[in-house]
Ligand binder design. Structure first.
Ligand code: KG4
Ligand code: ZN
Length: 321
């Protein structure tokens, strides 16, 4: 089975063409392309939806051509696209393009949840599985009894983990996106120097909260002259501490052996080291990409979960289910 996948939910335009063997085993990656917009959004300190959408419009045809869609179209069985969650104008670019291609080339369409893509970026893994999603827009703990079945155990009540990294990086005047910059600086710092809060750590649920952490960093900076590396390290440690604690507790309570994590924050080496039992995607599949969308789409195709072109729409707040 060969799948063309398109991902435009946020600020990366991504196209992949992947051939699968049995059980979702990747046989050949014809293309796995990502056009990053980091430089465009950096001056604003965050993603500007309309600028991102314009870039997707510009990049999509270029990536499709670079992926040699013309040459490969006969081999392609299905067209997959992220239909949510994400930024509305961005999601519409991808879904409209996928719909047009499906109609023109007469291929079946598969709508993929972006978060399912982040989970499946770890494929192969076993069920039942516990999945931690930590990205710029989401922090969720999900129980998966089998393929494509998702039970949300908990999620962030305010900022996502990646968002907290980005906001604290802005406070420290490091630049955008903040995650990799904080991680780099933290390597030179002392994580025990500043006693930052561990929001919701001991509450009897699997929800998270990271906005208070950002506020604590701001208060500290107003109060005293801080050492940036020590503060970056202490902040990173606080985020990791809460994630680790709640993930371990969920693993114990539900007696799950197979744990995976996905999303941009999994690029963080300190987080990976803090969770040695957890499978994380290879670095190339940590950040937004279309190969992970193809992986999730493979299992939807196997279960006959296609969508009619006229029913495909962008759903900015799409839930995992
Ligand atoms: O999954 P992703 O590419 O996009 C979303 O779906 O949101 O995640 C992007 C997020 C950003 O907030 C970025 O700061 C964070 O992932 N990130 C990191 C690292 N690399 C990226 N956070 C911590 N450490 C990193 N090394
Ligand atoms: Zn993502």
């Amino acid at each position: 089975m060969t799948i063309l996948a398109i991902e435009t939910s946020c600020d990366e335009t991504a196209v992949a063409i992947v051939k699968f063997g049995r059980k979702g085993k990747i046989k050949k990656i014809y293309a796995n392309l990502v056009a990053s917009q980091i430089k465009i959004h950096a001056p604003y300190g965050g993603v500007v939806p309309n600028l991102a959408s314009r870039e997707h419009e510009r990049n999509l045809p270029l990536l499709l051509r670079q992926a040699q869609i013309n040459k490969l179209i006969k081999k392609i069985n299905f067209i997959a696209v992220t239909n949510g969650p994400g930024l509305s104008p961005c999601l519409w670019r991808g879904t409209n393009t996928a719909r047009a291609l499906a109609r023109y080339y007469d291929k079946k369409l598969i709508a993929v949840n972006h978060l399912a893509g982040h989970i499946y970026s770890n494929w192969p893994f076993k069920f039942p599985a516990l999945a931690l999603i930590v990205s710029g827009g989401h922090t969720e703990l999900v129980l998966m009894p089998e393929h494509l079945k998702y039970h949300l155990l908990g999620e962030t009540r305010d900022d996502a983990a990646g968002e907290a990294f980005d906001k604290v990086a802005r406070l420290l005047e490091l630049g955008y996106p903040g995650g990799p910059l904080i991680e780099k600086l933290a390597r030179e710092g002392n994580p025990k120097k500043y006693d930052l809060p561990r929001p919701m750590k001991y509450e009897a649920n699997y929800d998270f909260s990271f906005s208070g952490l950002k506020t604590a960093v701001r208060y500290l900076m107003e109060k005293e002259k801080i050492n940036k590396a020590d503060l970056a390290a202490s902040f990173q440690e606080a985020v990791i501490d809460v994630l680790r604690y709640k993930l371990n507790r969920a693993q114990e309570e539900f007696e799950i052996r197979n744990v995976v994590m996905g999303g941009g924050v999994t690029a963080n080496q300190a987080l990976r080291q803090a969770l040695p039992q957890v499978k994380s995607p290879e670095p190339k599949l940590s950040l937004d990409n279309a190969q992970m969308i193809a992986l999730a789409a493979y299992w939807k195709a196997k279960k006959g979960k296609f969508i009619k072109p006229e029913n495909l729409e962008a759903v900015p707040n799409l839930m995992l289910n």
